[in-house]
Design a protein around this ligand. Structure first.
Ligand code: PMP
Length: 389
């Protein structure tokens, strides 16, 4: 492994050295006073990153983003409930499977490839049937499409459904206001824009979501994910008291505490804007190189990643050539177009220089692949936008 490679995939991302260092300091154990402070602060900080309501409940549990999805479904769904899954790609398919696993009857509203599902269509479905919950993938990592979820919470609430948003490829990069938008569950994983190595499932639940959990008639069918086990633990750490259900990933929690501190020091508004400018600059470069993106309209393209079709005559061999120039990007993920496109992540600590390095590497690799381009066109387009940072 070349330690000077620049990792530009949609997670895991490049991590700040201070975050990595936090994982290596001596940690006395999950009941020690120092760790109690660290965990309590990380939980409180997470609510601020999510711009979550005062009475919401954060959960930080060892596991990946899929566990956060599992936790939402396991705790909210009872056999026979109806769930609406807004499907924009690969990870929406996964949410449908998880909801079904806990006994839900799942209806899906499936977007055209590279497109979103209009909010009116979601409102229509929610009005037609009694749904326990509706799930939306904020940014679909397989297509680079972002759903506008600013109205989702209110529409779900009006129809008596809980709103669940998978923010794994969005949280701490894309604008999101859990309180302002009245979203019941926002969930993510540590390894993306939150900026912590893989291994933590992060979720914030609204008061209404917790009430729905408390009103369950049947036990949660997943022992590890059961909020009955985790709620007292999270509340204890928030009150700066030790507590134990299952051993927390202490090193990762220490890293989360540092990363959340960095995110809040930057400020959420500044952070949303930086991701927007970085994304605009990278996408301008891609357009200047006459490459086509998977999202069918610019306004639904995510700020955290870009999904790009290979031009005619170029295939996945491009990825190896980009890597030779020191930058790692990702291949396709959506089963229908897997071999026809690649993905570039730009979230977390990503800088203007990272964007330029990536565009430069892509330009050189395209030229080596026989694609006719004027080297420097992409760089110039990116530079002209990056001045806004
Ligand atoms: N949802 C989305 C939108 C994702 O991008 C991912 C991971 N790429 C997941 C869920 C699953 O997360 P994990 O791989 O951490 O389990």
């Amino acid at each position: 492994m070349n330690e000077r490679e620049l990792l530009m995939i949609p997670g895991p991302i490049e991590f700040d050295p201070a975050v990595i260092r936090a994982m290596t300091v001596h940690l006395p154990g999950h009941m020690a006073p120092d760790f109690i402070q660290v965990f309590g602060r990380a939980l409180d900080g997470l609510k601020q990153v999510f711009l979550a309501p005062e009475d919401s409940q954060p959960f930080v549990v060892a596991g990946s983003g899929t566990l956060a999805m599992d936790m939402a479904a396991a705790n909210l769904i009872e056999p026979g409930d109806r769930a609406l899954v807004v499907n924009t790609g690969f990870f929406s398919d996964r949410f449908a499977a998880i909801c079904a696993r806990y006994g839900a009857t799942v209806d899906q509203l499936t977007a055209e490839l590279g497109d979103v599902v209009p909010m009116e269509q979601i409102a229509d479905s929610l009005a037609r049937h009694k749904y326990k919950l509706v799930t939306v993938t904020h940014v679909d990592t397989s297509t680079g499409v972002r759903m506008d979820v600013s109205e989702l919470g209110r529409i779900a609430r009006q129809n008596g459904a809980l709103s669940v948003v998978d923010g794994v490829c969005a949280t701490a990069g894309e604008e999101f206001r859990q309180a302002g938008w009245d979203i019941d569950i926002y969930l993510t994983a540590s390894q993306k824009a939150v900026g912590v190595p893989p291994g933590l499932a992060l979720l914030v639940a609204s008061r209404q979501a917790l009430e729905a959990f408390q009103a369950r008639k049947t036990p949660v069918a997943n022992y590890y994910a059961d909020w009955a086990n985790w709620l007292p633990i999270m509340q204890a750490y928030q009150a700066r008291r030790p507590s134990y259900f299952a051993t927390p990933a202490v090193n990762l929690v220490a890293a989360l505490d540092v990363s959340v501190g960095q995110i809040l020091a930057e400020g959420m508004e500044a952070r949303f804007r930086r991701h927007q400018v970085i994304s605009d600059a990278f996408k301008a470069a891609i357009t200047a190189l006459e490459l086509k993106q998977v999202p069918v309209r610019p306004e639904i393209a995510a700020n955290t990643l870009t999904a790009i079709y290979y031009p005619d005559g170029v295939d996945a061999g491009l990825l190896g050539r980009i890597r030779k120039h020191g930058v790692v990007v990702a291949g396709g993920l959506h089963p229908r177009i897997r071999d026809r496109y690649f993905r570039v992540g730009h979230m977390g600590v990503v800088s203007a220089s990272d964007v330029l390095a990536t565009v430069g590497a892509i330009e050189r690799a395209l030229a080596e692949s026989g694609y006719a381009l004027k080297e420097g066109d992409g760089l110039a387009a990116a530079q002209s936008i990056l001045t806004a940072l």
